[in-house]
Ligand binder design. Structure first.
Ligand code: CO
Length: 470
């Protein structure tokens, strides 16, 4: 019998980032995470995903925690496991493009505080928006992974994905991630996509998907068989539904094959035992909605990420217009087409979703237009894969000439001004970055932090609830 060539698939567990972001609106606290860190550290994961836009925002906004402090505690607890974060290219962890000096400094500080792998994506797949973050990540000694925001549409051919993979390799990235935030990648398409990417590049390929549409574990199986090197999973109590496939299930599925992960199922079971009561707590207090735990086939029908669906529902509920849900769902692909058919991921998902709601509620398309819609049509987020609808451009921005350069080339350095503004509150270098990204939320948090120090009770007034499709 011929000897089997072992090609173990590697696992990134998302329990400390995407899993609780997808299922419980990113509400898990540092206190809930830290006791299990020593066991997570023993598993032998390729990396643990533990930081990103929503974890940063929600820690400050809802949990009154310093996200930097959380990261330092992770670093202290994880002695041998790499820590991975998600980074929105030029938008950093926010919703709009930032100047290069802010992007560079954010990468530096993330790495200084313990991050080893930065997964960088752009909501339009405009690689120019990734360059500063990739260069900074490499310069400060971490691994730079570039993520393709996966989507469907006429422009997204195999040639498109292969071309982008070649360009990613040329940019000096260490690996490529297929980031399927909506769970649109079905098993046979995964075979084709991974095979094509493997032919186009020598870089390791990681696949990140969501269980939302119910196909994710099958998709992982097919992707791994086609040569995918790394898959993102979540420990079972926070797996499935809008989260990732379960770690233990994938480990068991590959056991004894050439792709055997080598991970210890007993250890994973102990970790699952730890998270189960935490899951139950969020189920009982209503944070975990059982609707998010099943299969939502609308995500395949409408090609809308699960997080975006729940955002649309809450936007309509606020307007007392729940009956317009299906009108809005049908308007989403039309708006997406008008705006150059971008992938739907933060922030393009919010821009398209909000505009679709406005078009439906106003009873006339583009009668009311958000600043972000105008900005995207003005080229301020970068280049879309398809041209904009010229009539919509005319109606929204008139005769303004859209920019065609890399948007950040037009932004003046910003750190100095942010430093001045944050000075009255500053307690650590990182505060300027917190402030640059979320000014109002940061100030609320800094006031809360000062009050904690002086013993005065101050509560933040901001209780806005957002869902993030990433
Ligand atoms: Co995700």
């Amino acid at each position: 019998m011929a000897e089997i060539v072992k090609k173990p698939v590697q696992i990134v567990d998302t329990i400390l980032r995407d899993a609780h972001q997808s299922l419980i609106a990113t509400r898990m606290t540092t206190e809930e995470m830290l006791p299990i860190v020593p066991k997570l550290d023993e598993v032998g994961y390729k990396a643990v995903e533990c930081w990103g836009g929503a974890t940063f925002d929600a820690a400050l906004r809802f949990l009154h925690e310093d996200p930097w402090d959380r990261l330092r505690k992770f670093r202290e607890g994880f002695k041998k496991t790499k820590l991975q974060m998600l980074f929105r290219g030029q938008n950093i962890l926010g919703y709009k493009p930032y100047p290069d000096d802010v992007v560079d400094y954010f990468c530096k500080k993330s790495i200084d505080n313990g991050i080893n792998v930065i997964r960088i994506f752009d909501c339009l797949n405009d690689l120019r928006n990734l360059k500063t973050a990739v260069d900074a990540t490499k310069q400060y000694g971490a691994e730079a992974q570039i993520a393709l925001s996966y989507t469907l549409g006429d422009a997204y051919t195999m040639e498109y994905w292969m071309d982008i993979a070649r360009r990613i390799e040329d940019m000096g990235a260490d690996s490529i991630c297929i980031k399927d935030m909506a769970g649109l990648l079905v098993p046979t398409a995964a075979t084709e996509l991974v095979t094509s990417l493997k032919a186009a590049t020598k870089l390791p390929i990681e696949l990140h998907t969501h269980y939302t549409s119910g196909v994710a574990a099958m998709t992982y199986m097919k992707a791994v068989e086609a040569g995918c090197d790394i898959i993102d999973t979540a420990i079972s109590p926070f797996a499935l539904g809008t989260s990732q496939p379960a770690t233990e299930v994938m480990v068991q599925a590959f056991k004894g094959t050439e792709y055997d992960t080598g991970l210890d199922l007993n250890l994973l079971a102990e970790i699952a035992d730890y998270f189960r009561p935490i899951r139950d707590k969020y189920l009982e207090n209503g944070t975990l909605n059982p609707l998010n735990m099943g299969v939502n086939i609308k995500t395949l029908q409408y090609q809308v990420p699960g997080g975006m669906l729940s955002n649309l529902t809450s936007q309509l509920a606020q307007q007392g217009a729940e009956d317009k849900f299906y009108d809005v769902l049908e308007e989403v692909p039309r708006v997406r087409k008008d705006l150059g058919e971008p992938p739907l991921v933060t922030p393009s998902s919010q821009i398209v979703g909000t505009q679709a709601v406005m078009n439906v509620l106003a009873g006339e398309r583009y009668k009311m237009v958000t600043k972000e819609t105008k900005d995207i049509l003005s080229g301020k987020y970068g280049k879309c894969v398809k041209p904009f609808n010229p009539e919509v451009v005319k109606k929204c921005i008139g005769d303004v000439e859209p920019i065609t350069c890399r948007p950040a080339d037009l932004l003046e350095p910003g750190l100095e001004a942010f430093e001045k503004e944050v000075a009255p509150y500053k307690k650590q270098d990182e505060d300027v970055l917190t402030y640059a990204l979320f000014p109002q939320v940061a100030i609320d948090y800094f006031k809360y932090r000062d009050a904690q120090d002086t013993g005065v009770d101050v509560k933040s007034a901001d209780t806005e609830n957002k869902a993030y499709p990433v």
